[in-house]
Each structure stands twice: as structure tokens, then as C-alpha cells.
Design a protein around this ligand. Structure first.
Ligand SMILES: Nc1nc2c(c(=O)[nH]1)N[C@H]1C(S)=C(S)[C@@H](COP(=O)(O)O)O[C@H]1N2
Ligand SMILES: [Mo]
Length: 382
């Protein structure tokens, strides 16, 4: 396995304090990445949360904005922002990861935004459970899915979209009834920012980000699985059966995954020293039960220490105290997570996943050096 490198071509959005700012992957539409090496807070601040948008941010005001609920329901209805704010609020901590996170490390290269490790964040979302709104509208017999439509729209070239389309995606009704699926108006105690879906977005904990539809304006209950653009032309992976790529399936739940925040690729670490390798791991609807670390390219594995408490839908920080070798040289580090369903990260990339669901173990190479760090007193100087 080839170790991953640092690919950042250094352009950062506004920085503050020790935080270097989000990395700009695209300006219009706005696509911004969290510099994962800066990971130090369990809850990602709103300004540090990655942004993934397919179309320009729509300008919405809470006075004229409405949420429509229609399709296979007894009582199609419209809700205003104030009506939603007046309903019982629930809050859920949830890690959201874009299905394309880590794409830059795929070889051969694939098309799409070239995310490194930072198209992921963990926030406290608050809003109205989708289930409460579905109950109000009354779901009719025969319903199978809930489709979410955003106010943002545009034309896409690859593959061609059916003209101007709105961003939309869906979840099965079984997931939609979970009290943890939210129509969120609040992110870490603040109203959503325009980039994150103001005034209202869906948050589907445990699923890749594409179903957490921002700028939500319409919910449609359907009697068949939604086969829209972002379910069939995009956000798909091949399912392999009998050794055949049998069918193209929509991306759904998160896979289990660990990422190393520090050291970063090609970092120079001191020889014969204690070095804290740390990062985060997440597993969608399951719990991370262990993270194993290799410091020798996968020959030996050692259990990392899981920090804090397991909390459903959120990432878990972990650390491993590494006694670095006395000799200078290159070392290949790996982190591999296992979850409560017994899933472990694959060691190799499955080509059938195309440009999505990038959850295999990604080795990083560091340089162990027994030279004193620059700035330290050189005891051998005469
Ligand atoms: N309306 C709308 N919702 C959307 C998107 C979008 O482009 N338009 N992008 C989706 C994708 S692919 C991801 S990963 C998440 C990202 O949410 P964030 O920008 O708040 O991080 O939003 C999802 N919801
Ligand atoms: Mo995404």
C-alpha cells in the first residue's frame, strides 16, 4: 500500500487564533475542508465545519420560507419557520462525513472534489424530529421513502442532469421514523449559517452527508424508492456479488473508519522519544469498539486508547503513545478501527466503490530523526 501524502495546495479561508482556516477546495459553489491536522475539539465549531455544496447558496428569508410536506400523506401541509421553532426540539450530537472524504488519496485518480481528510465534522444539531412532522401529516399505507428537496438548484454536466434540478435525496421510511433524524434549525446552539443550510436542514445521523439535505423546502413521501440524480447518477457504489459488479447502489450508512490527525504525512518526529499518535474514529450507527495502530507498515498492531465515552453517531478520539525508534529512518503508520457490528476497515481499497465511501486503512509515512530539532542547543558544537 502506498502511503498517503500531504496534497494541500495551501489556500485557506479566513483564519483565527491557532486555527489556520478551512481549506478552499472550490470557491463557487463553496466547498471548504477542515484541516484535519488541527483536530483538537470533540465538537467542531461552526466556522470550522466543512462545507459541501453542489450549487450556489440560496438566499432564503424566514418570513417567506415554507416547508411543504406532501406525497403519500393524509394531510399535506406547509410549516413556517416560527411554527417549526414552536414545536418540541430535540438535540443530537452527530458526526457528518462526506462520502467523498479522502478522495485525493485514491490511485488511480478519480474525478470529484479532491478532499483530504477534512470533509468530516461533529456538531450538536437541534431541531424538530422528522418523525413529528410525518406524524402531523399522517403517512399513508404503502409509503416507503421520504424525499428531501433543497432550495438550491442548477444544471450539472457530468453526467447530464435533466435540466435545472434541485439538490434532493431520500431515506427509507424505517430510518425516517428514528427520533434522531432531525429537521435542524440549530447547530451548536446557533441558528444554521447560510453555508450549512439556513433556515432548515435535515440531519441523518449515521449516514453519509448527502442525505442531510440543506436549505430544505419540501418533503415528499413516496410509494417507491427515489431514483433521483443524487441517488443514481451520483453518490453510488457498485455492489459486487459472485465476483461481478452486480448493481449500482446508492451510498447510505457510514462505514467504520479511523483517521490519524497527528503526526501528519512526512512529519519529522524525534527518535527515541514518546510521541502521541492521535485521531478520531467513527462507525455510523454502530460504536467504535477498538482502534489498532501499526508503526511498522502493518506487520504488528497495538491497541490505541479510546478516549471519552462511546456516544452513538459521534466520532471517538483515540491516542497511542509511540516510543519512536532510536535510529533515523522512515516509518509507516496506520490506524484501523473495528466496530460493534464486527466490521473492520479494509486494508485495501475496493475498486467497486468508485469515487465514494473511502474507508480503507490509509498509511502515512513519517521521518524519524535523531538530529536535535532546529532551535535546540547543539551539544556537539565546539
Ligand atoms: N441542498 C443541499 N443539501 C446538501 C448538499 C447540497 O449540495 N445541497 N450537499 C450534501 C452533501 S454531499 C454533504 S456531505 C453535506 C455537507 O453538509 P455541510 O456543508 O453542512 O458540511 O450536505 C449535503 N446536503
Ligand atoms: Mo457529500
Amino acid at each position: 500500500m502506498k502511503p498517503i501524502g500531504n496534497q494541500s495546495g495551501g489556500s485557506f479561508a479566513a483564519s483565527s487564533g491557532n486555527f489556520p482556516g478551512l481549506v478552499i477546495r472550490d470557491k463557487e459553489p463553496e466547498n471548504l475542508e477542515f484541516p484535519f491536522a488541527a483536530l483538537n475539539s470533540f465538537v467542531t465549531e461552526n466556522e470550522q465545519f466543512f462545507v459541501r455544496s453542489h450549487f450556489p447558496v440560496p438566499k432564503l428569508d424566514t418570513q417567506s420560507w415554507r416547508l411543504k410536506i406532501e406525497g403519500l400523506v393524509e394531510r399535506p401541509c406547509e410549516l413556517s419557520y416560527d411554527e417549526l421553532l414552536g414545536m418540541t426540539t430535540r438535540s443530537v450530537l452527530a458526526t457528518i462525513e462526506c462520502a467523498g472524504n479522502g478522495r485525493i488519496f485514491l490511485s488511480p485518480k478519480v474525478e470529484g472534489l479532491q478532499w483530504e481528510l477534512g470533509a468530516v465534522g461533529n456538531s450538536e444539531w437541534a431541531g424538530v424530529p422528522l418523525a413529528a412532522v410525518l406524524e402531523r401529516a399522517g403517512v399513508r399505507a404503502g409509503a416507503v421513502e421520504v424525499v428531501f428537496e433543497g432550495a438550491d438548484s442548477g444544471k450539472l454536466a457530468k453526467p447530464p442532469s435533466p435540466g435545472n434540478i434541485h439538490f434532493s435525496n431520500s431515506i427509507p421510511l424505517a430510518k425516517a421514523w428514528s427520533p434522531d433524524v432531525l429537521l435542524a434549525h440549530t447547530m451548536n446552539g446557533e441558528p444554521l449559517t447560510p453555508s450549512h443550510g439556513f433556515p432548515l436542514r435535515v440531519v441523518v445521523p449515521g449516514w453519509y452527508g448527502m442525505v442531510s439535505v440543506k436549505w430544505l423546502t419540501r418533503i415528499v413521501v413516496t410509494d417507491q424508492a427515489f431514483q433521483g440524480y443524487f441517488k443514481t447518477a451520483d453518490y453510488t457504489v457498485w455492489e459486487r456479488r459472485h465476483g461481478l459488479p452486480m448493481q449500482l447502489l446508492p451510498v447510505t450508512e457510514n462505514e467504520v473508519k479511523a483517521q490519524i490527525a497527528r503526526p501528519i504525512s512526512r512529519e519529522v518526529v524525534p527518535a527515541d522519544a514518546d510521541y502521541r499518535i492521535y485521531g478520531a474514529a467513527w462507525a455510523g450507527e454502530a460504536d467504535v469498539t477498538r482502534v489498532d495502530i501499526s508503526v511498522d507498515g502493518g506487520a504488528d498492531w497495538h491497541a490505541a486508547r479510546l478516549l471519552g465515552e462511546a456516544q452513538r453517531y459521534t466520532w471517538r478520539f483515540w491516542e497511542y503513545r509511540w516510543r519512536t525508534p532510536a535510529q533515523s529512518g522512515r516509518q509507516t503508520l496506520m490506524a484501523r478501527a473495528t466496530d460493534s457490528r464486527g466490521r473492520a476497515q479494509p486494508l485495501q481499497r475496493d475498486a467497486h466503490r468508485g469515487s465514494y465511501v473511502i474507508s480503507h486503512v490509509m498509511p502515512i509515512e513519517v521521518e524519524v530523526s535523531n538530529k536535535p530539532p532546529s532551535g535546540a542547543t547543539d551539544s556537539f558544537a565546539i
